[in-house]
Design a protein around this ligand. Sequence first.
Ligand code: MF3
Ligand code: CO
Length: 259
Amino acid sequence: MIIIKSPREILLMKESGRILGEIWDFLKDYIQPGISTLDISHQVERIMKENGGVSAEKGYGGYPEAACVSVNEQLVHGIPSAKKILKDGDIVSVDLVVVKNGYMADACRTFPVGIYGERQKRLIEVTEQCFWNGVAKIKPGAHLGDVQHEIQKTAESQGYSVAREYTGHGIGTHMHEDPYIPNYGEAGSGPMLREGMTLCFEPMIMEGKPGLRVMKDGWTAVSKDGKLTCHYENTVVVTKDGYEVLTLSPSETERRKLI
Ligand code: MF3
Ligand code: CO
C-alpha cells in the first residue's frame, strides 16, 4: 500500500531533506584526494547531529556506519573505512538516510575526486540526467512506469546500463515503503501517482555490462566487470500539478533555477 502523506508529514520530511542538502554543500568542497571514506562518514554524522537528526542507516540490518560510501566500481552500500583513501580521478557516491522527528529523507550524490577525466564527468552527468528526465514525468494521474521508462531510456541511449538488483522506493516513517521503483519499465505501467506520495528515485547506472556481486563484507555491491558505476538519488513529493524535490542543497536549488 502506498501511504499518502499529510501536509504536516511532508513538512517534517522537508526538514530531514534540508539536512541532507546542507551535507551536499559541505561535501563538495570537503571531498579531496587523501581523505578516507570513513572521514566522509564521520563528517556526515556530525552535521546530522548538529541539525537534530540521526543516520537511519547505522544499525539498519546491522549496517555498521552512518553513511554508504561507494568508490568507482562499487555501486552501493560501500562500508566507510579508514583504509579506503580517495585519489585523483575516483568517483565517490555518498548515499544517506537521515531521520528527524520520526520522518526520513534519503538521497545520494556521486562526487568526482581531485583531477578527473571526461569518462567520470559524463557518467555522473548522465546519471543525474536520468533522474531529472524521469521526474519530469511526475504529476497526479501519471504512472510510475512513465518515470522508470524515462530513466532507462536516458541511460541506454548514452550506452550505459541500469542496475537491476536495486530499486528506488517509497519513504516516510520507514526507509523503504511501497512502491518499489526499478530503474527500468514500460510507460503507462504501474501504480498511478497521487498528490502526497513521497518517493525516492535513484538511478544506479553502470558504464559496462549489467551484473553485480556483493563483496565478502556482505554489503558492498560492485560491478562484475569492474567498470565504473554511479548513483544519484533524491526524495520527491508528488504535488497538485507536478513534483517537488526535498533533498537538494541550497547551491543545487540555485543552479536548478538557471536550467
Ligand atoms: N540509502 C539506501 C537506499 O537508497 C539504503 C541504505 S542501506 C543501509 O535505499 F543499510 F545502509 F541502510
Ligand atoms: Co533509497
